[in-house]
Design a binder for this molecule. Structure first.
Ligand code: NAP
Ligand code: L37
Length: 295
């Protein structure tokens, strides 16, 4: 075990404290605190945990959270109506609709209905397009958190070989755009990639966002690489509680890598910290104030 363990919990706490420090000045200028509306539909256990953490972090940061918990029988029209109401609500700066949504609801339609200025998840096509075009955008929280950890570990990423495993709109694609904007040389791998181990062996930076427990093995990793493990997989244990593991075989990888994020305690807490950041930024832009500096 030679790799440095990247402490996402500590980095996330530091970001949340910095966000909190901006809130009183915002209240002074805008006459209200930044507000985040969360929308949880149905009973997905993991989603319920994450949304509760997000609401708690919002309050701890001095912002206001508006929690909407809807039954899994909610129709698409009902959800679109709620989003339309939140778009029109002046107290709400950020709208987060937690995915996955039940099958009767078309997630794309819901995302496209969110006001791009309130899209703190950065999932609206306007924000995805702005990110890809190098324009100011709201950027998805998980890749933003990964980038923060990478820059903390490596400083300038210019010229480094980055391999992103996974091409989802939530993680893989925006991650690739952020790395490209930092002048890394970026490869995006996916389920049709031929000889994934050989592709990953080229990488100075590995981002694993697949959803397959411990798929990335130690012998896929170039000595000295930095590994960011986005995967959250619950695997069964004898006591019935289950155990969280990432997409990377941690112990094997830690013998080869220079630094690696653990699961839990790595990217997960950063996702929530970056949501706080995006909510603060959205509030400033909506109030006609300059972006908070040094976040
Ligand atoms: P997703 O939408 O299911 O995408 C998974 C990606 O992995 C797809 O692009 C898929 O390829 C690729 N893939 C699947 N099997 C593969 C294989 N055998 N080899 C190479 N690539 C393969 O998942 P996601 O939303 O991006 O999430 C990925 C993981 O991150 C999940 O474990 C999720 O729980 C976790 N996550 C964590 C956070 C956090 O805050 N820590 C946030 C979001 C997600 P195709 O496109 O070809 O199907
Ligand atoms: N913004 N994020 C946004 N929108 C969505 O629709 N699905 C989704 C999404 N994903 C998300 O919230 N992911 C996420 C994953 C893990 C954590 C938080 C958010 C997290 O806090 N993880 C902890 C462990 C939590 C646990 O024990 O289950 C960690 O340390 O990794």
């Amino acid at each position: 075990m030679t790799a440095r363990r990247i402490d996402g919990k500590a980095a996330a706490l530091a970001i949340r404290e910095r966000v909190a420090a901006f809130v009183p000045a915002f209240v002074g200028k805008a006459g209200r605190a930044p507000g985040l509306a969360t929308v949880l539909v149905g009973e997905d256990a993991a989603s319920a945990v994450y949304v509760r953490s997000k609401n708690r972090a919002t309050a701890e940061t001095g912002m206001v959270s508006f929690a909407h918990n809807l039954p899994d029988t909610t129709s698409e029209d009902q959800l679109l109506q709620l989003v339309t109401d939140l778009n029109a609500d002046a107290q709400v700066d950020g709208i987060l609709v937690q995915l996955p949504l039940p099958p009767q609801v078309n997630a794309t339609r819901v995302i496209e209905t969110i006001d791009p200025a309130k899209d703190v998840d950065g999932f609206h096509p306007i924000n995805a397009g702005r990110l890809a075009s190098g324009l100011p955008a709201l950027v998805p929280c998980t890749p933003l958190g990964c980038l923060h950890l990478l820059k903390q570990e490596l400083g300038d990423l210019t010229g480094l070989e980055a391999v992103v495993i996974g091409r989802s709109n939530i993680v893989g694609k925006p991650m690739a755009q952020l790395l490209l904007a930092e002048n890394a040389t970026v490869t995006v791998a996916h389920s049709r990639t031929r000889d994934l181990p050989a592709v990953v062996r080229r990488a100075d930076i590995i981002i694993a966002a697949v959803g397959r427990p411990e798929m990335v093995r130690g012998d896929w990793i170039k000595p000295g690489a930095v590994v960011v493990d986005v995967g959250i997989n619950r695997i069964p244990t004898d006591d019935g509680k289950g155990r969280l593991v990432g997409d990377v075989a941690y112990d094997e990888a830690a013998d080869v890598a220079a630094a690696i994020t653990p699961v839990p305690g790595g990217v997960g807490p950063m996702t929530i910290a970056m949501l706080m950041r995006n909510t603060l930024v959205a509030a400033h832009r909506r109030a006609g104030l300059a972006d908070p500096e040094g976040l």
